[in-house]
Design a protein around this ligand. Structure first.
Ligand SMILES: [Zn+2]
Length: 262
């Protein structure tokens, strides 16, 4: 989301400093396929109720998008994943389990994503990109913060006028984009190529991390930005965006809350 200002830049690969296997590259499967609901992985580290895997489809809270929940299963024993965090210093994805698991490094687990929750995060996330692109295009407003929860999303825009009609207009236009059924494209570019795209990174402080390849999320004709999170394949999947609330949080900070139906 963060419009053009790129927020959830997660490096494609993180180097994990495992105490068990000296150097591991954590593979973020959700960046390759947002629709992957099940996967197998090797346990790299267990620390109390925190588990690190060699690869994962679980999205950690990052870039303004909430985490997944689900299950890790080994030999018929199910462990509930209640939270997922990104260790920014190592690139490790930390799976926080409800209880301490009987797992050891080297074990192969099967992971299952709670799909209803994830799919709503994807719909709201792609909706956030569309809304922020329209707010920038038509009102010159930059997105300065926000968060996508499964139930709703909120975004802050740097705009002085506090007028609910501005947001009603932006949401109506965003729903036109939803109805057009635009295919969302996800691809990788070298850092050099990516940074040549106008608007791919709007704010200097949101410069992508120092990685060689950047993941680009493009809604053709609407938005293009470097982005690490899961998205729907087609804007039509979003359904309908509904404006819930508008708040004046300061001179250049107007906040909106919205959700998607169904
Ligand atoms: Zn995003």
């Amino acid at each position: 989301m963060f419009a053009r200002a790129d927020h959830h830049l997660i490096p494609q690969q993180g180097v994990c400093r495992s105490r068990v296997l000296p150097k591991v590259t954590t593979r973020l499967l959700y960046q390759e396929d947002s629709y992957l609901r099940e996967f197998s992985a090797r346990v790299m580290r267990v620390d109390g109720n925190v588990v690190v895997l060699d690869q994962t489809a679980f999205h950690p809270t990052s870039g303004g998008v909430d985490h997944d929940t689900g299950l890790l299963v080994v030999d018929g024993t199910r462990y509930r994943v209640v939270d997922v965090k990104l260790d920014r210093s190592t690139g490790d994805v930390l799976h926080i389990l409800e209880s301490e698991p009987g797992l050891n490094p080297g074990d192969i687990v099967r992971g299952f994503i709670d799909w209803d929750r994830r799919y709503r995060l994807m719909k709201l996330h792609t909706a956030a990109h569309i809304i922020s692109a329209i707010m920038y295009r038509d009102y010159g407003a930059l997105i300065t913060g926000g968060h996508v929860y499964p139930e709703y999303a909120r975004d802050d825009f740097s705009i002085e006028r506090f007028d609910r009609r501005i947001f009603e207009d932006a949401i109506a236009k965003a729903n036109d984009v939803v109805r057009q059924g635009i295919e969302v494209k996800i691809y990788w570019l070298s850092r050099e190529e990516a940074l040549k795209i106008p608007g791919v990174v709007k704010l200097a402080e949101r410069m992508p991390p120092d990685v060689e390849r950047l993941r680009i999320v493009e809604i053709p004709g609407i938005d293009i930005q470097a982005d690490g999170g899961p998205h729907v394949r087609n804007t039509r999947e979003i359904g309908e965006i509904v404006l819930m609330k508008v708040e004046n949080r300061g001179r250049r900070k107007k906040r909106i809350y919205y959700t998607v139906r169904p």
